[in-house]
Design a protein around this ligand. Sequence first.
Ligand code: HEC
Length: 160
Amino acid sequence: MSNYDEHSSPSTLQPMVIIIGLILVFALLVALFMGKPAGEDVVPVVASVEENIKPVAVAEVAPASEAQVEKSGADVVKGGCAMCHATGLMNSPKIGDAAQWQPRIALGYETLVKNAIEGIRTMPAKGGNPALTDGEIAAAVAEMANQSGANFDPASLAKK
Ligand code: HEC
């Protein structure tokens, strides 16, 4: 099909490609070793290379996996809510104290979840961790309240 002259390519193009390649490799080595006497100057080069690579990995991998894996209620409580609710810090209803939870449980599961998500009085929104999903908060509320006299089922909210 094409009438490309194959005899001129090995004799002229190939050495050119090799020379350009060597120049590129040399330039790269110079760039890498220029700052070397200072010792740690190599690190920023590596760091900036990592920065250039990072966004791709963060944007495509992390959100997908985080969005799919919901933490269990027990994990959410352990990882945050317990900081206050395990001991009753700041007058929060203490996990396991049915008397403290009873008037709150009486508000109903949905209301408690809403209050935990939005925050109420000194209870911070989502327990101060905005990364938690509404489903994770609902699971954590059930986890705490069910140890304190309630019988909440996170699946009952998930269906809505
Ligand atoms: C910084 C301390 C703190 C953290 C962390 C915290 N809470 Fe609370 N929480 C409180 C306090 C204080 C109250 C009581 C607020 C009030 O009634 O005045 C409360 C109340 C509640 C209530 C009852 C709300 C109502 O309507 O009476 C629920 C439910 C609750 N928290 C859920 C959670 C969940 C779920 C988490 C973790 C994701 C969490 N809390 C993390 C301090 C905290």
